[in-house]
Design a protein around this ligand. Structure first.
Ligand SMILES: [Zn+2]
Ligand SMILES: [Zn+2]
Length: 633
């Protein structure tokens, strides 16, 4: 038996209290006893074997039970339709206790793309248990999908476990049967080789990723009396770097808890994979754990820093998004994608702090942080979509842009922006403006802490899912105004709901830094080459509103010459630099093998590189504000 922490027990009481009372009498909403059995008898088949055991009340009004696979899972907003990997769905009554028998199959009907319905016997006896079973294929190592192979099982519940419709809020037990010699670990593990787990509800079942393998390692440390487990599954050489990695993770934990205060949990688990397969790469936040997947072995040169970058981001999420959350993010309707305007806060501001915290933790120097922030600004300001899509609209577009599979051509490269980079730049500007405006009395740290305190810790519980309530846009605007000491409505109107360029110069000036913009090239044509083509210059993208777009050039066109000079991917920038804005240039183009000529009128620079530098004239006050910002003290 797994011992549940105080939070879990409290949630269970709330769930018991809320549901029978608020939906008095509706038989389909009375709490059910639900237990999940998970087996993986043939790892190389990549098929997880799931049985959901439901103790069915004898009430004859309950005629059927629906089991549903979610269409997506929290933290990634694209719709993946996990039901597509479900097979061999069956149901039968459990054999009465103490008897060895096989009960006849119950009728299962597929109702729609994600739902299976089991008809219940009308004259069933009290205490009858239904065994609903299926297999689900999983062979992706990611923060969203699941993988079963001969190395391990890595489980993200949303892609494996169906919920009982109308019973997501019911308490759940889980029993896992691992292959011989494999060991199970997740955020609820309290003893070695634990196989039984309990969850206050289905939402928290799928918020608990689980690793099952013969050969993961665990290193622990304590901060503020809380235990942190660093679980590493390495598929490749670690190069002796694991002890240092654990020490650096501890530095991040110390820097982030220094801002927020000690977290409410007793323990937290970092599940790290060094997949060493060249492609698996992800990071996913959970309530008391995170799942981080890197594509190479830990021993490889660049992956160490990338891992810490992911750790700093995902750990910050335990406050921002897992607990302090937009109102639409939990509990969820898994029949349609989540729609929230707040991902620029939930993801973008987390991205900002993920970077800032590596400086506060002493892992980065000032230069490294400023270079990274300038890169985020460069990404946003050079994106053609930044003048078409606002931060809020980007959040609402998450189901299309958050790793969504696209089988249809899209113009998202021209028409969308990332709420990660956009939210990061907005968080940065807001932080520096508040610091300047309050003379260092407050900044974004205080905004986030006030939000957490007021909406998560102190607000009455709005649903069965977690403490407090989710925030609305107005909550964030109001708390920013309270902390800043003045109304910031103009900021939100122009830069969050609008697409105006934020006041970077003014923001950096508050902390004695200069913001410098330099043209990337003397002229603009508005095309990028296909990086896979080494010999011919093949257009990969045409920038909207650019000279190339005006001339009718298209992705897939091969440009063989500019003027009289032969063009290759290697000499593209060099050739262009011979011209000046306003020059007319003849291009020789092959489109679908047919030669044609196009004339472009080169334009003034549209792409810039941005730098953030020390201002030699910075005042002592501005320098003091900068130190407070960079150190968090
Ligand atoms: Zn693993
Ligand atoms: Zn994130």
């Amino acid at each position: 038996m797994n011992k549940l922490g105080p939070l879990a027990s409290r949630l269970f009481l709330i769930a018991l209290f809320l549901f029978p009372v608020s939906v008095a009498g509706a038989v389909e909403d009375q709490a059910l006893h639900i237990k999940y059995w998970l087996a993986m008898s043939q790892p190389n088949s990549h098929l997880f074997e799931v049985t959901v055991e439901v103790e069915v009340p004898s009430d004859p009004n309950l005629r059927s039970l629906d089991f549903q696979m979610p269409k997506w899972s929290p933290g990634r907003y694209a719709v993946f339709d996990f039901a597509k990997n479900v097979q061999e769905v069956k149901a039968r009554e459990a054999c009465p206790a103490g008897l060895d028998c096989t009960m006849p199959a119950a009728m299962v009907t597929r109702v729609d793309d994600q739902t299976w319905r089991v008809e219940l016997e009308q004259n069933r006896h009290a205490g009858m248990s239904l065994m609903f079973s299926y297999k689900v294929f999983g062979n992706d190592l990611s923060g969203t999908f699941s993988q079963l192979n001969d190395h391990h099982a890595n489980l993200n519940g949303g892609s494996v476990f169906m919920y009982v419709v109308n019973h997501k809020q019911d308490r759940i037990a889980l029993s896992i049967k691992a292959p011989n010699g494999w060991h199970i670990i997740n955020a609820l593990t309290t003893k070695k080789d634990q196989t039984e787990f309990e969850f206050p509800n289905w939402d928290l079942l799928i918020d608990t990723p689980t690793e099952i393998a013969p050969d993961w390692t665990e290193d622990d440390f304590k901060v503020d009396g809380k235990t942190y487990h660093v679980v590493v599954h390495s598929l490749g050489s670690e190069g002796g770097k694991r002890p240092a990695l654990v020490r650096d993770i501890e530095k991040i934990v110390r820097a982030e808890t220094a801002m927020w205060g000690a977290p409410e949990f007793d323990s937290y688990t970092f599940l790290l994979h060094f997949a060493n397969d060249g492609h698996s790469s992800d990071g996913m936040e959970h309530l008391t754990s995170t799942q981080i997947i890197e594509p190479t072995a830990l021993g490889e040169a660049t992956i160490y820093a990338e891992t810490l970058d992911a750790v700093a981001h995902e750990f910050f999420h335990l406050w921002n998004v897992k607990r302090l959350r937009p109102i639409e993010l939990g509990p969820w309707d898994f029949t349609r994608p989540a729609n929230t305007r707040g991902l620029w806060i939930a993801e973008g501001i987390t991205n900002y702090y993920g970077h800032l915290m590596q400086r506060r933790a002493g892992l980065w120097d000032d230069k490294r942080l400023l270079t990274t922030l300038a890169e985020q600004i460069t990404e946003i300001e050079n994106a053609p979509g930044s003048k078409l899509m606002s931060a809020e609209e980007s959040s609402l577009s998450a189901p299309f842009i958050d790793d969504a599979p696209q089988s249809q051509q899209t113009n998202l490269a021209n028409a969308s922006i990332s709420y990660y980079a956009k939210g990061e730049t907005l968080g940065l500007v807001l932080d520096l403006l508040i610091r300047g405006g309050t003379n260092g009395k407050a900044g974004l740290d205080e905004v986030m802490k006030t939000m957490y305190d007021e909406l998560y810790l102190k607000a009455p519980n709005a649903t069965y899912y977690l403490h407090g309530r989710g925030y609305k846009d107005e909550d964030f605007t109001r708390i920013v105004a309270e902390v800043a000491g003045s109304d910031q409505g103009d900021f939100f109107k122009r830069y969050v709901r609008g697409v105006e360029t934020p006041p970077y110069e003014r923001a950096f000036a508050q902390v004695g830094l200069r913001f410098i913009r330099e043209a990337r090239a003397p002229v603009t044509i508005g095309i990028t080459g296909d990086e896979d083509e080494k010999v011919n210059f093949k257009i990969d993208a045409v920038r909207a509103g650019s000279p190339a777009a005006d001339a009718g050039l298209q992705p897939g066109d091969v440009i063989t010459a500019i003027g009289n000079a032969k063009l290759t991917p290697a000499n593209f920038l060099n050739l262009l630099s011979r011209y000046k804005p306003g020059d007319r240039v003849a291009l020789s183009v092959l489109r679908g093998g047919h030669p044609m000529m196009k004339e472009v009128i080169l334009a003034a620079p549209q792409l810039f590189d941005y730098r953030i530098e020390e201002d030699p004239k910075a005042t002592p006050q501005a320098k003091a504000l900068r130190t407070a910002w960079l150190t968090g003290k």
